[in-house]
Design a protein around this ligand. Structure first.
Ligand code: SAM
Ligand code: 2KA
Ligand code: SF4
Ligand code: MG
Length: 235
């Protein structure tokens, strides 16, 4: 079985959530069951980019991770697109045997047995601004599939007050998951520079809003890679 891969890049730092700042190689798959209005990775989602995706064997994917990491074990981040629509069990087995760790970013719409082999499962349910609707039964199945992972966390992107209120409800559904909030980046075109002050203002608004509610549960973080490199791909 081959994997549909949009890009493999790094080493870089994980820019978001629980592993922020951690050195990592990204494996970004092609194809997604969602179409979020503000997706920052449309080149790995929309079928018009299909020609740019490669069909790679498990071995070829693993060889590229080895090459990029110089054979030094680190955390491999599976993202996409939705990596959960493909079978990563063989790649994870190879990597773990070589001492590598694995994290996976997924929206929580499709559960996979290989979630149990992860070090970090990041479930990122989509708030109203995305235009998508969460199937909470499917999400709970992802949490169960990841129960043997070292950690499972919830990461929610917030664009506005409606998303914020929704995040509070989402947390109430899964209070067992450590919660990370990140402000949405409204500018996702790789050719257009981001406005760092506008991003800082969104982060400030989110922090102030959360503190005003004395809601001390979530960690609130920027997208560090966006602050450094904007919307550039492959970083
Ligand atoms: C591109 S997605 C790929 C993995 C998976 N499909 C998902 O959504 O979790 C990786 C992460 O980027 C976040 N993200 C996507 N577009 C964003 C934006 N415009 N601003 C902030 N975060 C964004 C997603 O919510 C997710 O947490
Ligand atoms: N540096 C860096 N950190 C990230 N965290 C989540 C990313 C993603 O697109 O899944 C991402 C990404 O593309 N680059
Ligand atoms: S689920 Fe993730 S990859 Fe898919 S459209 Fe939404 S943000 Fe993009
Ligand atoms: Mg990204």
């Amino acid at each position: 079985m081959s994997l549909r891969i949009a890009e493999i890049f790094g080493p870089t730092i994980q820019g978001e959530g629980a592993l922020i700042g951690e050195p990592t190689v990204f494996v970004r798959t092609g194809g997604c069951d969602y179409r979020c209005s503000w997706c920052d990775s449309l080149h790995a989602v929309e079928s018009r980019y299909r020609d740019t995706w490669a069909a790679m064997s498990d071995e070829a994917v693993w060889d590229e991770v080895l090459r990029l990491s110089g054979g030094q074990p680190l955390t491999v981040s599976l993202s996409g697109g939705n990596p959960a629509i493909q079978d990563f069990a063989p790649v994870i087995a190879r990597g773990r045997a070589a001492g590598y760790r694995f994290a996976c970013e997924t929206q929580g719409s499709v559960a996979r047995p290989w979630f149990a082999e992860l070090d970090t499962l990041v479930l990122s349910p989509k708030p109203p601004s995305s235009g998508e609707t969460v199937d909470w039964d499917a999400f709970a199945a992802c949490v169960r599939a990841g129960s043997a992972a070292r950690q499972t966390v919830m990461k929610i992107v917030i664009f506005d007050g409606t998303d914020y209120a929704w995040a509070r409800d989402a947390h109430a559904r899964h209070p067992e998951l450590p919660l990370y909030l990140q402000p949405g980046n409204p500018e996702v075109d790789p050719e257009t520079p981001v406005d760092p002050q506008a991003l800082a203002d969104r982060l400030g608004w989110l922090v102030e809003r959360t503190m005003a509610d004395t809601w001390f549960t979530p960690r609130i973080l920027p997208q560090l890679h966006v602050l450094i490199w904007g919307n550039k791909r492959g970083v």
